[in-house]
Design a protein around this ligand. Structure first.
Ligand code: ATP
Ligand code: MG
Length: 205
């Protein structure tokens, strides 16, 4: 079984995330993609985040109607900081060692992964899919990768660049737009837009 894993803060989830996951599912013939909102992201400790429950709810609303996409509480249920390596190991425990995991990221996050906990282990537990994202060239990727993962396989073979119809949408930009009263309605799925408006999210930061 090939399973896609989409990690992120999703504050809020937007159409860039959805296009990326759907494109990965199609291009890599994944059975499903699981969205895993980060509960306590180690690299965003200083950043103010919306409560987990709201970020989770917005993901749920965004995925409604697509049977191939689901959301998981895995990182909320675990204590402490949300390390990706722990999540990948847990997914292997749940779905079995034979499950092939594909961790899906944008071109910006893939370069950051090398600064995360146990990158060689991450490359052993899962293959990585890096989606093109405007402003983040993928050229540096190959030189930056660890040579081998902890199974002794070349890490480069575990990373796949994926062309997607590029969208320069980001959660940071959406939060700014809300604060400044600029339009953001069509950057997110309709129910997410409604949830943000109804709950007056992102008006002050
Ligand atoms: P923020 O601006 O708060 O960092 P973000 O838009 O980058 O938000 P994240 O929750 O940080 O969203 O991203 C989760 C994952 O989705 C990351 O791997 C990120 O690279 C990827 N991603 C986000 N937006 C896009 C996009 N427009 N195109 C491709 N990948 C994206
Ligand atoms: Mg980001």
């Amino acid at each position: 079984m090939k399973i896609g894993v989409m990690g992120g803060t999703f504050d809020p989830i937007h159409n860039g995330h959805l296009v990326t996951s759907e494109e990965a599912r199609y291009q890599f013939e994944l059975e499903k993609v699981i969205f895993i909102p980060s509960a306590r992201p180690p690299h965003k400790r200083e950043v103010r985040r919306s409560p987990f429950e709201d970020r989770y709810r917005m993901v749920e609303l965004a995925l409604e109607g697509n049977p191939f996409l689901s959301v998981s509480m895995l990182e909320m249920e675990r204590e402490g900081l949300s390390y990706t390596i722990d999540t990948l190991r847990e997914l292997h425990r749940i779905h079995g060692r034979d499950a092939e995991l594909f961790f899906i990221t944008g071109a910006d996050a893939i370069l950051e992964i090398l600064t995360w906990k146990d990158p060689a282990e991450i490359f052993a537990e899962s293959q990585l899919i890096a989606a093109t994202r405007p402003g983040y060239p993928l050229e540096r990727l190959k030189e930056a990768l660890p040579e081998y993962n902890s199974h002794g396989e070349p890490s480069t073979g575990r990373v796949h660049a994926m062309e997607i119809p590029s969208l320069s949408i980001s959660s940071t930009d959406i939060r700014e737009r809300v604060r400044e009263g600029k339009p953001f309605r069509y950057l997110v799925p309709e129910p997410v837009w409604a949830y943000i408006v109804e709950n007056s999210f992102y008006l002050e930061r």
